[in-house]
Design a protein around this ligand. Structure first.
Ligand SMILES: Nc1ncnc2c1ncn2[C@@H]1O[C@H](COP(=O)(O)OP(=O)(O)OP(=O)(O)O)[C@@H](O)[C@H]1O
Ligand SMILES: [Mg+2]
Length: 268
């Protein structure tokens, strides 16, 4: 398996991101990558109040776990933090900008944020390496560069030998890893994952955890992970507990969360 240093391509991609439509995001490095201020979410369908008055600031490079009972509002919160949905009231700021003021929100989301869905959402008719390339169509890479980068990302998650398999011909853990490789396709500054180890056996779950730890250390990526697993929460630096749509506690992890280092291999 070829070793992949993720830091260099990520840094290069960040610096090469051109375009002029994104408000003040190109060179700004806010210490806070995300802020939720007085955020509430009411789903019109059934008039469900899923979140109430949530205040939360996430610093660049943090590794944060979100825990809480089923139905407490974790996925709702992650969708809002990932700019996939809008709050009913309150404000979400990404990189210092209220998202309501961002032009081309889709572009910001595609280029800066990776999202790992609990149920993967892989396209069934595309192979692993093709699935990983899907988000790259938002970017500036040509076909050969896209294919090469997707192969590199699959290698980074230990799946180069499954590159041409359709999702149906992959194990659940392998699908999850393809979904993670896809989430990294555009070198996001922020990776959000909704119960990424929830469907996995302990071995596959441990591999994903190791991958997240390496990503955090080597790329300085900001990680926000919803989990029911004590191991995942222990690996994070900070644990937010959500209950009945509110943040019940926000504490440093009792585990071994570590600050970002440099140049660590994703695979070897
Ligand atoms: N699209 C929707 N329309 C209406 N109600 C919704 C919708 N999505 C979620 N809800 C409701 O909002 C509440 C919070 O849901 P959410 O999915 O955020 O919970 P969760 O903490 O992620 O739960 P789980 O651990 O089971 O995934 C629940 O009561 C849920 O039924
Ligand atoms: Mg959920």
């Amino acid at each position: 398996m070829s070793a992949v240093y993720i830091e260099a391509p990520m840094a290069a991609a960040r610096h090469s991101q051109g375009g002029n439509a994104v408000v003040n995001l190109q060179n700004v490095k806010h210490a806070e990558i995300l802020r939720a201020a007085g955020v509430s979410k009411v789903y019109p369908d059934g008039n469900v109040r899923a979140l109430s008055g949530v205040n939360l600031a996430i610093r660049r490079g943090e590794y944060l776990a979100i825990v809480g009972p089923s139905g407490s509002g974790k996925s709702t919160l992650l969708n809002l933090l990932g700019l996939l949905d809008e709050p009913s009231s309150g404000e979400i700021c990404f990189d210092g900008q209220p998202i309501t003021r961002l032009t081309q929100l889709d572009r910001v989301r595609a280029r800066k944020i990776g999202f790992v869905f609990q149920s993967f959402h892989l396209l069934p008719m595309l192979t692993a390496v093709e699935n990983v390339q899907v988000p790259m169509f938002e970017g500036d890479l040509g076909p050969k560069q896209r294919a090469a980068k997707a192969a590199q990302l699959l290698a980074a998650v230990g799946l180069e030998h499954r590159a041409h398999h359709l999702p149906l011909r992959l194990s659940v853990g392998e699908r999850q890893r393809v979904a993670i490789a896809r989430a990294l396709a555009n070198d996001p500054v922020l990776l959000l994952a909704d119960e990424p180890t929830g469907n996995l056996d302990s071995q596959s779950g441990a591999e994903i955890l190791e991958l997240f730890a390496r990503l955090h250390r080597s790329a300085g990526i900001t990680l926000v992970v919803i989990t029911h697993s004590a191991e995942v929460a222990a690996q994070a630096q900070r644990v937010i507990s959500v209950r009945d749509g509110r943040i019940e506690s926000d504490v440093p992890s009792a585990g071994r969360g570590e600050q970002a280092g440099s140049n660590e291999r994703l695979s070897s």
